[in-house]
Structure formats: C-alpha cells, structure tokens
Design a protein around this ligand. Structure first.
Ligand code: NAD
Ligand code: IPM
Ligand code: MN
Length: 369
C-alpha cells in the first residue's frame, strides 16, 4: 500500500518526537511491504517564523491532499503574547477544523511494566484502559462571539460555549460505536448542573444511547469525574466529553498511567485523519534530546489503524512499545528506581528494533521447533 503522509513536526519537542515516530513508521512499512511517501511542512511557531501564519496555505493544501497527517506539537513562549490568530495554537485549531476532525480519540492505557511510574498505588492503577472520546470542533474553543475589549484596567473578555444537537449526536455515536468493541460502558462527562451546553449534551447523549441498548451509559459531572479518575481509574471504559473537559481530563489520564509523554491521539471524522501525541511542545525540555517519543510513536500506530485499516502493522508498533518498556527502556520522565534514562533517539531505536524482531517471519528453525 502507498502511505501518503504529511508530517508536521511543529515546535519544541515536536520535531524530536516526530522524527522517531517517522523512523518507526518507515521500518514497519518496510517490514510489511508498504511504501511511505512523506512531505514535511511547517505549522505553529515554526510556520509563524517562516511565513507569519501558523497554518500556511501550502501546509493546509498538503494536509488535504494526503491520506493522513502526523503532527508533533505546536506552541512556544516566544509567541505567547501574540494576538490570538497569530499564536501557534491557532494553526492547530484551524487545521482540525479544516480537516473536519471532530472526534478526538485519546486512549490512556496502563503498561504493567510502569508500575513504579504512576503516582497511584499499583493495585489502583493496574488494569487501567480508558478511551477518552473528546469532541474537537465545538464548545468554547470555537464558539462565537469571542473577544477582549475595553481599556487596561476595565477590560472585559468573552468566550462562548456553544453546541448544536448535531455536533453532540455525531460524537456520541463515535463513543457508543467504540464502546461496542470494548467493555460496553460509556461515561458521559458534563457540567449539566450549571451549563446549558451540558444540559443539551446530556439530553442528546441519553437519546442516542437508546440506539445502543447493549452499552451501559452513565453521566458524571466533570469535577466528580476528575476525582474518580484518580481514585478508581479502572472503572472507566469510554469517556465521552466536550472539547475543553476532554482536553483537561486527557492530561490527567496521562498522569494516572505514568507520563503525559505516553499518550497518543487520533482526530478523525473528516476525510483526512490527524494524529498527534496528547502532550505539547514542552519548552522546558525542548532541544535536550530527552523527550519521551512514545506518545508520537503510538500516534503513528493509531494512524495506521484508523486511516489505513492496517491493524497488524498498528499492533506491531504497540507491541514493540510494550516490549521495550518491559525490557526497562525509560526516558527521563519515566526513569528512576534502577532504570537509568535513555535519550529520545535511543528509545526510538529500541522500538524500531523490537518492531523489526516481531515482524520477521518465523525462520525454518523456529518453524520446525
Ligand atoms: P506540555 O504538554 O508541553 O508539557 C507539560 C509538562 O509535561 C512539561 O513539564 C513537559 O516537559 C512534560 N512533557 C510533555 N511532553 C513530554 C514528553 N513527550 N516527554 C517528557 N516530558 C514531557 O504542556 P505545557 O507546558 O502546558 O504547554 C507548552 C506548549 O505546548 C504551549 O504553548 C501549549 O499551548 C502547547 N501545547 C500544544 C499541544 C499540541 O500541539 N497538541 C498540546 C498541549 C500543549
Ligand atoms: C491539545 C492541546 C491543544 C488543545 C492546544 C494546543 C490548542 O492542549 O491538543 O490537547 O487544547 O486542544
Ligand atoms: Mn491539551
């Protein structure tokens, strides 16, 4: 198969982790007989520097013309005081909208080898396997009007949280469909005791839930859900929630399983899928070669699964990640207790090796054994 991809390395650790994800993709493509066609384009701060636009027309064109997009991260303190439309993050938000990527899937899976990395006791975190289904194109992120107006000292800022029934319906269906293939549990997270958006959310999710009688639907206020996520993470299966709550809960889920650097995501629903780790550009560690590339690498696995239906290839990457972690490979965010830290590149190299080892067809010796 021809895998026609646009790579958007972005800012900070984005290029460092993306490079490793591309190396892993390349080796898995080679092993399974696929051809990778890649083009790299700037986004975020890198694009602001190059073209004074966080999503240049050429970058968007390339993304729309490819089969899938792999992104590192955007954001840099250098642009933190820019007007909203000239911030790196604006490029990513526009890209999500242009790609029609309304469904953001953020799995948080606990790796048994990482028992000493979670701040939670092993008996609490063991078995955690959560799929956060985050609505990605609505809510306060995109609602109009939005503004800051007035003179210094008496300024007023406005954001609008907005949801249409159709937006809630389509993301709810994604969550229920996923739940059918998992433990058949959906927890819809909202703030229906305070927000109109959440009351509509709960009404629509409840209605759609009737089409899925085999799925157990629960509702939880977001504050309470945040508490439960650290108290009983194994109770969760599919979490269905709006844009901002999903943003917050997914970072928290990263903390639960041991590091934000482990989490991958897929943003789907439109014609071209977008794949990116959940973490940001991590300016505090950028350029040091110590970032954890596993979130990016696992995002590449999601890309193979969701955009190309290459399940065996996706599983090959995921198994390779599991293998290297159980062999003790740890970047700085996971290191300690007898496990020295390895670099971003070394982690990538080990995943490539593990993926190669598992994708080699059994030789005659093994076959006859
Ligand atoms: P962040 O996720 O970049 O970093 C939070 C903390 O986690 C930092 O201490 C960082 O060092 C650590 N961390 C993150 N990823 C890591 C990895 N792969 N390996 C090891 N440690 C890792 O969040 P932040 O500091 O709040 O934001 C920094 C910038 O990133 C901001 O400009 C923000 O807007 C942007 N951001 C972008 C994305 C994205 O592109 N999808 C996501 C989140 C934040
Ligand atoms: C994420 C990020 C983005 C978001 C920012 C950078 C726009 O935090 O992907 O989680 O809030 O969606
Ligand atoms: Mn986030």
């Amino acid at each position: 198969m021809l895998l026609n991809l646009t790579i958007l390395p972005g800012d900070g650790i984005g290029p460092e982790v993306t490079e490793q994800a591309v190396l892993v993709l390349q080796s898995v493509a080679d092993a399974f007989g696929h051809q990778l066609r890649l083009q790299r384009k700037p986004i975020g701060g890198a694009a602001l520097t190059a073209a004074n636009d966080p999503l240049p027309a050429d970058t968007l064109r390339a993304c729309l013309a490819s089969s899938a997009v792999l992104l590192g991260a955007v954001g840099s303190p250098a642009f933190d005081h820019n007007p909203g439309h000239l911030r790196p993050e604006a490029g990513l938000l526009r890209l999500r909208r242009e790609l029609g990527a309304y469904a953001n899937l953020r799995p948080a899976v606990f790796f048994p080898a990482l028992e000493d990395c979670s701040p939670l006791r092993p008996e609490v975190v063991r078995g955690t396997d959560i799929m956060i289904v985050r609505e990605l194109l609505g809510g306060a992120y995109f609602g109009q009007p939005r503004s800051i107006e007035g003179n210094p000292g008496s300024q007023v800022a406005v954001n609008t949280m907005r949801y249409a029934e159709s937006e809630i319906e389509r993301i709810a269906r994604v969550a229920f469909e996923l739940a059918m293939k998992r433990k058949r549990k959906v927890l819809s997270v909202d703030k229906a005791n305070v927000l109109e958006c959440s009351r509509l959310w709960r009404e629509v999710v409840t209605r759609i839930g009737k089409d899925y009688p085999g799925v157990k639907l629960g509702h939880q206020y977001v504050d309470s859900a945040a508490m439960l996520l650290v108290q009983r993470p194994t109770d969760f299966d599919v979490v269905l929630t709006e844009n901002m709550f999903g943003d917050i809960l997914s970072d928290q889920a990263g903390g639960v399983v041991g590091s934000l650097g482990l989490l991958a995501s897929a943003s789907v629903g439109g014609p071209v899928g977008l794949y990116e780790p959940v973490h940001g550009s991590a300016p505090d560690i950028a350029g040091k070669g110590i970032a954890n590339p596993l979130g990016a690498i696992l995002s590449a696995a999601m890309l193979l699964r969701h955009s190309f239906k290459l399940e065996a290839e996706a599983a090959c990457i995921e198994n390779a990640v599991s293998t290297v972690l159980s062999q003790g490979a740890r970047t700085a965010d996971l290191a300690g207790k007898g496990h020295p830290a390895i670099s971003t590149a070394e982690m990538g190299r080990r995943v490539v090796e593990a993926a190669k080892a598992s994708s080699i067809p059994a030789g005659p010796a093994e076959k006859s054994a």
